[in-house]
Write a protein of this length. Sequence first.
Length: 259
Amino acid sequence: MKWARFAHDGRTACGIVEGDRVAEVSGGLFDPPSPTGRSFAIDRIRLLPPVIPPTFYAAGTNYRQHLQNAESRGEKVEWPTHAEVNYRAGNALIGDGDAIVIPADSSGRVAFEGELVVVIGKRAKRLSRDNAFDCVFGYTIGNDVSERSWQKSDRTFWRSKNCDTFKPMGPWVETDVDLASMETRIRLNGREVSRFRTGDMLFGIADYLCEMSRYLTLVPGDVLWMGTEDPSLDMVLGDTVEVSITGIGTLTNPVIAGV
């Protein structure tokens, strides 16, 4: 089932995606669906980030080629020995179709990172590998936009990863997927520039959920972005970037200049 969060006529609502329409339901993403009887064409509504997370988690470097390519460029790389967790900022979230805005003082080295996003649906603590997926509500798509010069020069990721609009997420949450068959594809201006098996991670979803829940409590609405594979290319003004993941859909965002 595909769950969407959308804006229409000045109000925000949730709904179930049925083909090219969204059937509105009352309540929120984690409430039992109660149809309102209203239905909207997707091209007549604005899709919002499907969830606003209480806490926004992100995997560390989690794909082999991403690390190998960094080493080939002469960068000092420390390969992770266990699931390592970072954080992102909610202010950076935008939805499908919204514009990624590159700040005026950026170097221009602003790259896409197409990622699988795990959406938590139940409160969870001290998970095991046997029950780690019990707390998962579904999955969506993220683009972890990164300003590379700031990522290299700043002591933290506060602006390189978290500028306003740097975290497109959507277009909806899919609750029924086949993780083993997933493939991530990224296109710039309609041309495919990256393709990889989504599940070929150094540390998988269960690894992260078990490690995280040893120390913190996961709650409904939390999201975990699972990392990306190379190539992670720079985008320029006027580009459109699309991230597609098998069984979920496609997240599309144009790139524009800021002031």
